[in-house]
Write a protein that binds this ligand. Sequence first.
Ligand SMILES: Cc1ncc(COP(=O)(O)O)c(C=O)c1O
Length: 381
Amino acid sequence: MNPESLRTPCFVLDADALKANYQGFAEALGKRFRALRVAYSVKTNAHPAVLAVLREAGAAAEVVSDTEYRLARALGFDDIIFNGPIKGEACFREALQAGSVVNIDSKRELDWLAGMPAGHSVAVGLRVNVSLPEDETFSRFGFDGPELAAAVARIREMPHVRLAGIHLHRTSKSRSLDVYRTLAAKASEVIRTFGLKPAYIDIGGGFFGSMPGKPGFDDYAAVLAEGLEGCLGEETRLIVEPGNALIASPLTMYASVLDTKRIAGERVVVCDASRNDIDPFFRKTDYFKFFPALEEGRPRENSQTVVGCTCLENDRLFHLTDGPRLETGDRIGFRFTGAYTMALSPLFIRYFPRVYVLEDGACRLAFEEWGARQYLSAYGI
Ligand SMILES: Cc1ncc(COP(=O)(O)O)c(C=O)c1O
């Protein structure tokens, strides 16, 4: 693919890399777990092209709202893990009846279960609240302490309901192996305390993908296998719900330099992408940036600040010290920009950027940039 041929700002999805991430994770876990489900976390990036690649590769879908549940169904996912505290009752019932894995995360779901006709037997899981040593405060998800015990007891009183599994997702800052040691230890403790024989243990997502210098799929698989040893029966299935690990690395954002100017001695480089596109929480201090197609011998510049296309003062992408002097028309690439970026893209000044898909060596436009026409049509205008 020639980056010069792309119309910017745009994302490029490398479909083969996405498939390889899914297969790499499934193979690493498959070496250590007899029964396994890798369910892609739809919230991380719900672009239909992403979901199509993963569905074809064999992934299940992990969803946390009725909207995501319906999206996954509409795109042909049969195997769905339904999580989260905001499920609607109709969708909850539909998912249970369709045999989806449904992990309960609110008391109202227990009430709905109790109200279901006794003739229909259903299986559910319970989300367990987990704290990590690295936490600054408590996690707001799952059942904890006496409420966990009460939820287990309540489910056990329902003759038509089987407690089939436990769910322990945490997204941590560190994404470290210690997080999975803690999760596995908590799973073992809950299984022992309540004498469970779970059909599945859902350890959630929160993993790094193929990030240089970070734990890899084999490392996570080894830690989970060690930590869960002794609480897995012959048929107990491990479920994982990776989002970031599958979709961060296959997406690259490309921007173009629109203008350069000098302010207070600094060379300011204005580009057509925004921090909103690649860092929607405005938290990162630097990016995996590169400059495709810069000719040899480009003069160097002491200090440049590359700024984004919005009118926010803090829409400043990065600072370049002693770098090639960037000029109008140059391209800037940002790697590892697939997770929680497109999904959190705001309708702010410039609408959703275009998306290309790179597959089998060919690059096709999969989504045209939203302009005024697409925006108005969403309002029926
Ligand atoms: C329940 C659940 N599963 C999986 C994920 C995916 O997390 P990550 O993208 O860090 O793998 C999330 C993210 O918030 C989540 O809430």
